[in-house]
Design a protein around this ligand. Structure first.
Ligand code: FEO
Length: 396
């Protein structure tokens, strides 16, 4: 499959409807994904990125239907990660001398992965590649999201090829933002930002300002995953600016796990307490053992505050809570509050331990948390209501 993005640019990537996890099991992709590769034709012809390795043979075969491979003058590797570079070895068997333009760090990552000394040409921000009537301008995008990442901008067509930035793991045969379900697209875009780009928010903000300062029109943003931003392409740039700026909605996310429903009972009583004093706040409850991790993290991203609860087990907390706390730590959320809760039978250390982890993860700790022994009785439930009321008032 291929399709025309405009008169000069052809999409030659792969829609992967089957993909259900990405980065190992780090990222759930229930909507599949796409690996976008683009052929740009001018007096010179350029291929921008390839696809993931399992689709390499299919990619090269399809590309041959589109063009005589020997007519490809340049290859651009915007990023070395295998989902975009995975078909390079197969392609380079056919056209081994074709120059590959990329950042110095991309040479490291490509050599490290494929052990080939291809005809690399290094670029830096501001370098250009003349294609005839148009040119490509390169913009390094270090840590968005790898040290080797870069964007390139096609003059004349005013297209920003942004690689991972502004992408979504979202398979669709429509392939343009104006043709797909808008709510679904928004959810996949924010999930992508929350789970991949949150730690680099400061860099996102600075990079976007750098692109804006180029003072060039942007008619389209061609990402490497998901749909192409064609209608109002700057809407996703504006969203990224919002998301990069310590984003929060009026939301509290309560994450818990439970052994015999005592901690769940506490979570629900706390929810009732919050609602009594703060009717406007959106409260989301996730059992960490039952809910997809990336959906939980997206809700953390959207929240003003999170509450994390577990019963005590083996002088600690449940495995599902340990897992989500580690993911929360890694994403380096900013400007969010937190507190812990949980039931216990004998020792009850977990609430302090969870509080310590939330503190180390950079959350502002609202209080020392709340514990309930055994199955919470009426008095303990009332304490949870009061705990919830205090949280509800604090995050108004
Ligand atoms: Fe960082 Fe889509 O690879």
């Amino acid at each position: 499959m291929s399709f025309m993005v405009n008169d000069n640019v052809t999409w030659v990537g792969k829609i992967d409807w089957e993909l259900r996890s990405f980065h190992g099991a780090e990222y759930s992709t229930y909507k599949g994904s796409t690996y976008n590769s683009y052929l740009v034709r001018d007096e010179k012809t350029v291929l921008i990125d390839t696809v993931w390795e399992p689709f390499a043979k299919e990619f090269v075969a399809n590309l041959k239907k589109e063009i005589d491979l020997n007519e490809i003058d340049y290859i651009i590797a915007n990023h070395g990660e295998v989902d975009h570079s995975g078909a390079l070895p197969e392609l380079m068997k056919e056209i081994p001398d074709t120059p590959i333009y990329c950042t110095p760090n991309a040479i490291k990552s490509l050599k490290g992965q494929y052990h080939q000394d291809w005809n690399f040409k290094t670029i830096k921000t501001g370098d250009t590649l003349n294609l005839g009537k148009k040119e490509l301008i390169f913009i390094e995008a270090r840590m968005l999201h790898w040290p080797d990442s870069m964007f390139c901008y096609l003059t004349g067509d005013n297209i920003l090829f942004s690689n991972d930035a502004f992408g979504q793991h979202y398979a669709s045969e429509f392939m343009f933002n104006d043709l797909v379900d808008q709510a679904e697209l928004y959810q996949q875009a924010i999930k992508y930002y929350a789970n991949i780009l949150t730690p680099f928010s400061k860099l996102v903000e600075n990079k976007i300002k750098e692109v804006i300062n180029l003072n060039v029109p942007v008619d389209m943003i061609c990402t490497s995953h998901g749909v192409i931003w064609r209608e109002d392409p700057l809407q996703i740039v504006n969203k990224y600016m919002e998301w990069a700026n310590d984003y929060q909605e009026n939301q509290i996310t309560i994450i818990y796990d439970t052994m015999w429903n005592s901690t769940r009972k506490m979570a629900e009583a706390i929810t009732k307490g919050i609602k009594e004093v703060n009717k406007d706040v959106n409260i989301i409850l996730h059992n960490a053992a039952k809910t997809d991790k990336n959906e939980i993290l997206t809700d953390v991203f959207r929240s003003k505050a999170i509450l994390v609860g577990s019963p005590t087990i083996n002088s600690g907390y449940l495995n599902s809570i340990a897992g989500i706390l580690e993911s929360i730590r890694g994403l380096k959320f900013k400007n969010k509050k937190a507190a812990a809760f949980g039931s216990y039978g004998w020792s009850g250390e977990q609430v302090k331990m969870i509080t310590d982890e939330l503190n180390k993860a950079g959350f502002e700790i609202m209080n020392e948390g709340i514990r309930a022994s055994w199955n919470p009785n009426e008095e303990a439930v009332e304490e949870c209501y009061e705990f919830g009321r205090n949280i509800g008032n604090e995050i108004k």
